[in-house]
Write a protein that binds this ligand. Structure first.
Ligand SMILES: *Cc1c(COP(=O)(O)O)cnc(C)c1O
Length: 433
C-alpha cells in the first residue's frame, strides 16, 4: 500500500515511510492510495473468527509485505492484550469500554501499535538514536510512554503543562524509569506544543538526534483504531448499529468511518464534542469555521480545528450531503456533561468520565430523535473515570475508589524535570544522547 499526501504536493510513500515521517513533507496527512474492501464472507463470519485473526485481516492490506505476517500477528496480539468489553447500559444503549489498557485510555491501542511498528522499522531507518518527542494535554503522554516500554533503545520525551493534567495522568507520565524523560513545562499545552515544533525545526538537534513524533495523525496510530469497531460488531446482534464517538482531533471516529468504507455494516456515526464544536456546526450549517479553543472538563477534546477531519472529507469526496447522511454532530457544555455523569451513576450505577459521558449524550439525543427499535446504539468509552477523578467526584457528589491496577503507580515517586523555555528543552535533548 502506498500513502498519498492530502496536500497533494509530495510523492506517495510506503507504510514505513508514512510511519516514520508522521506528516508528509508538504505537511499533508497521509491517506491510503487505494480503497480496500473486505470480502462479504469475512464480515458474515466475524462471529466465528478469533479476535487476532479479525484484526489481521482488517489491517494487512494497509501494510502489505512491509511487515512479515508473523511479526504483524505478534504486534496485533500485543496491541489488544487487554479486554474490550461491550456493556449494556440501557435498552439498546451499549458502552464499548476502551479503557482497560495500561494507561486506562483508548489511546493505548494506537500508541502500542505505532511503537511496535517504529521499533520494527528503526534499524533500517537511521544509525542515530531515535527520540520520540511529544507534547500532551494529558492522555497521549501516558499512552505513548507505556507503548514504548518494551522498545528500550528508543528514547521518549514527554512535555506536559504544569498543573493542567490530572494526578493519575501525571503519575502515568512520570513513573516510567529512565527510558521516559518527563518534562513539566511552566505554561499551557500550546506552549508545550510550540516547543516541540521548534525542536523539530532545529538544525542542531536534527544533526545529532533522529527526532520523531508520536502524533495522533500518524497512520500507525490511526489505522489500528479500526480494530475495536470490528470487535464490537462481532459481539452484538444483527440490528442496525449507530456508533457515537467522543471526538477531539477526530482520529477515532475517522477510523470507524474507514472501517465502514471497508464493508463493516455501520448505520450512522455521531460526532459528539464539547463546546469546541467546529464539526457539529459544520455538519448543521455547512460552514467550516473554527473558533478559539475553549478549556473544558473533557480536555482531551479541546480541539477547535481537528486535524483528521480532512481524512473524513476525503472518504466522502468532500460531499457535505454524504457527510450528513453518515454523521450527525452534537455538542455539550460542561454543566450538561456533569449532569450526564450523575445520571448514569445514580440511575444505572455506571461510572463514566467526562469524555465518554459526551458520547453517551450524543447517542441518546440521536436515538430519541429516531425512536426506531431496529437501532442499536454504542458509545465509545474512551477513558476510565479515575483519570478524571476530581471532575467525576464533583459531578456525583461522592468519592470514587482507585482501581487495583492503578494503586501501584500512585505510590511511585514522580520523576520529572521542569523547564520554562525552549533553550532548556534543547539542552536536555542534546545532553541525553
Ligand atoms: C484523545 C481523546 C479523545 C479524542 O479522540 P480523537 O481521536 O482525538 O477524536 C476522547 N476521549 C479521550 C479520553 C481522549 O483521550
Amino acid at each position: 500500500m502506498k500513502y498519498i499526501s492530502l496536500n497533494h504536493n509530495s510523492s506517495p510513500a510506503s507504510f514505513k515511510k508514512a510511519v516514520i515521517n508522521g506528516l508528509a513533507p508538504d505537511k499533508g496527512l497521509y491517506f491510503p492510495e487505494k480503497n480496500i474492501k473486505l470480502p462479504v464472507s469475512f464480515i458474515e463470519s466475524l462471529k466465528s473468527l478469533d479476535d487476532i485473526e479479525i484484526c489481521y485481516e482488517v489491517i494487512t492490506s494497509y501494510i502489505g509485505d512491509e511487515i512479515p505476517k508473523n511479526k504483524l500477528l505478534e504486534i496485533i496480539k500485543d496491541t489488544i492484550s487487554f479486554k474490550i468489553p461491550l456493556k449494556k447500559i440501557e435498552q439498546s444503549i451499549y458502552s464499548l469500554e476502551l479503557f482497560h489498557g495500561p494507561t486506562l485510555a483508548f489511546k493505548d491501542i494506537g500508541a502500542k501499535f505505532m511503537a511496535s511498528c517504529l521499533n520494527y522499522f528503526k534499524d533500517s531507518y537511521t544509525s542515530k538514536k531515535i527520540t520520540v518527542l511529544v507534547a500532551t494535554s494529558g492522555d497521549t503522554g501516558g499512552a505513548v510512554a507505556k507503548g514504548f516500554s518494551n522498545t528500550k533503545d528508543i528514547d521518549v520525551c514527554i512535555l506536559y503543562p504544569k498543573g493542567k493534567i490530572s494526578e493519575v495522568q501525571k503519575k502515568q507520565i512520570t513513573t516510567n524509569g529512565s527510558y521516559v524523560n518527563a518534562i513539566e513545562v511552566e505554561g499551557d499545552f500550546d506552549l508545550c506544543q510550540s516547543m516541540v515544533k521548534k525542536a523539530f525545526n532545529d538544525e542542531e538537534i536534527n544533526r545529532n538526534i533522529a527526532l520523531t513524533s508520536a502524533n495522533s495523525i500518524n497512520v500507525a496510530r490511526w489505522l489500528p483504531q479500526m480494530f475495536y469497531y470490528f470487535l464490537a460488531y462481532k459481539k452484538i446482534n444483527n440490528k442496525r448499529n449507530v456508533f457515537s464517538v467522543p471526538s477531539g482531533n477526530f482520529g477515532n471516529i475517522c477510523a470507524g468511518i474507514l472501517a465502514k468504507s471497508m464493508g463493516l455494516p455501520i448505520d450512522h456515526f455521531i460526532a459528539a464534542t464539547n463546546i469546541n464544536d467546529t464539526i457539529p456546526r459544520y455538519i448543521k450549517e455547512g460552514i467550516f469555521e473554527p473558533n478559539n479553543t475553549y478549556p473544558t472538563i473533557s480536555n482531551a477534546m479541546d480541539v477547535s480545528n481537528p486535524s483528521n477531519f480532512v481524512r473524513i472529507q476525503k472518504i466522502y469526496n468532500n460531499d457535505l450531503q454524504k457527510i450528513r447522511k453518515n454523521i450527525s454532530g452534537f455538542s455539550y457544555d460542561d454543566k450538561t456533561t456533569k449532569q450526564a455523569i450523575k445520571k448514569l451513576f445514580t440511575s444505572e450505577n455506571y461510572l463514566t468520565d467526562p469524555h465518554s459521558a459526551i458520547g453517551y449524550l450524543g447517542l441518546k439525543e440521536y436515538m430519541e430523535s429516531k425512536n426506531d427499535e431496529s437501532l442499536n446504539g454504542i458509545f465509545l468509552s474512551t477513558a476510565h473515570s479515575i483519570k478524571f477523578k476530581d471532575v467525576v467526584e464533583d459531578s456525583i457528589s461522592s468519592k470514587i475508589k482507585y482501581p487495583a491496577s492503578i494503586k501501584n503507580i500512585l505510590n511511585k515517586e514522580s520523576n520529572n524535570q521542569s523547564i520554562g523555555s525552549y533553550s532548556e528543552l534543547k539542552e536536555i535533548l542534546l545532553n541525553r544522547n
